[in-house]
Design a protein around this ligand. Structure first.
Ligand code: NAD
Length: 301
């Protein structure tokens, strides 16, 4: 048990297990979510349930948010009733949601104006890593604040990176997921071409993995059913990282590229392919992102 309190706002697929890991590590976790079911699950995991976010946050030493998008993050922190108007002046505020860099900067500037410490710290690793406490955090903020945040981030993650000033964590997250989408699409395309030309997908995957086409999708997350036992491709693309979330991240990448005049032809194409895939069948939105392999050919039933 330690004597520090964390307010945890947003107890969904990611935030729920992250909050429970903090409670297990001995923090008092003041938990809040709009969903009663999410709040109940956090309570079963040792968190203290609160009926509003301000009550949860006002006595906290750390405030952690894990929310769906940047609009919600701004609504939760800013304004007359926002969390920045109730947190203790010496609290450290950490937003782990995947948002646009502009959202992080806006909240960061408002926090700075009130003398409150803030970092953005989006994550990589998905729900399995959230449960196992092995997430990677990409932090944006001062070195001092990132060091301070390690007291809670170390409990929830295995890798803590300092990307730069506030907003830099969001940029790193968007770049990483854009690259992930691109190599997943490229891997899918290559395997499907091999299959159409008579190759066994597993044999081809083994060859490419040990050759110059090797990449993370081939090594850890093969998109073709039956090549790897434990990945979403081998369980009808259930669970994993939803197409809808990948599309959200690719839209953030396109927005960030526009705002900075960066050229992202492949990122833009990846965004469009995921969008077409989603439009083809709305149910695809709730399938793992490796199911994009179906755009390039049939897969075995
Ligand atoms: P989720 O939809 O499961 O959880 C979000 C939670 O926030 C929900 O329980 C919802 O009720 C709650 N919420 C919404 N508005 C709220 C408010 N105003 N106050 C309090 N609670 C509110 O989503 P998730 O999968 O946990 O993702 C959370 C964030 O993490 C997103 O930004 C997502 O892009 C990012 N992320 C997700 C994954 C993943 O694999 N799921 C991986 C990396 C990053």
């Amino acid at each position: 048990m330690n004597n520090k309190t964390v307010a945890f706002i947003g107890l969904g697929n990611m935030g729920g297990p992250m909050a429970v890991n903090l409670a297990k590590a001995g923090f008092t976790v003041n938990a809040f979510d709009l969903s009663p079911a999410a709040l109940d699950a956090a309570k079963s995991g040792g968190c203290e349930p609160f009926t509003d976010s301000s009550a949860a946050a006002k006595s906290a030493d750390y405030v952690v948010t894990m929310l769906p998008n940047g609009q919600i993050v701004e609504a939760v922190y800013l304004g007359e009733n926002g969390l920045l108007s109730v947190v203790k002046p010496d609290a450290l505020v950490i937003d782990c949601s995947t948002v646009a860099p502009e959202n992080s900067k806006k909240v960061g500037e408002a926090a700075e104006a009130k003398g409150i410490a803030f970092i953005d710290a989006p994550v990589s690793g998905g729900t399995a890593a959230a449960g196992a406490g092995t997430l990677s955090f990409m932090c944006g903020g001062s070195s001092e604040n990132v060091e301070r945040a390690k007291a809670v981030l170390d409990v929830m993650g295995a890798n803590i990176f300092h990307a730069g000033a506030v907003g830099a964590g969001a940029v790193a997250k968007i770049c990483n997921n854009m690259l992930l989408a691109i190599h997943m699409i490229g891997t899918s395309e290559a395997i499907q071409m091999g299959v159409k030309n008579g190759l066994d997908p597993k044999v081809l995957s083994d060859i490419m993995l040990k050759s110059s086409g090797g990449n993370w999708s081939l090594e850890k997350y093969n998109p073709y059913p039956g090549v790897m036992e434990t990945v979403p491709a081998s369980r009808n693309y259930e669970g994993g990282f939803f197409v809808d979330l990948m599309l959200k991240d690719l839209n953030l990448a396109v927005d960030a590229a526009k705002a900075s005049s960066a050229t992202i032809p492949l990122g833009g194409l990846a965004r469009n392919l995921y969008s077409l895939f989603r439009e083809g069948d709305a149910a695809n939105g709730r399938k793992d992102f490796s199911s994009i392999v179906k755009m390039f050919g049939q897969i075995p039933e």
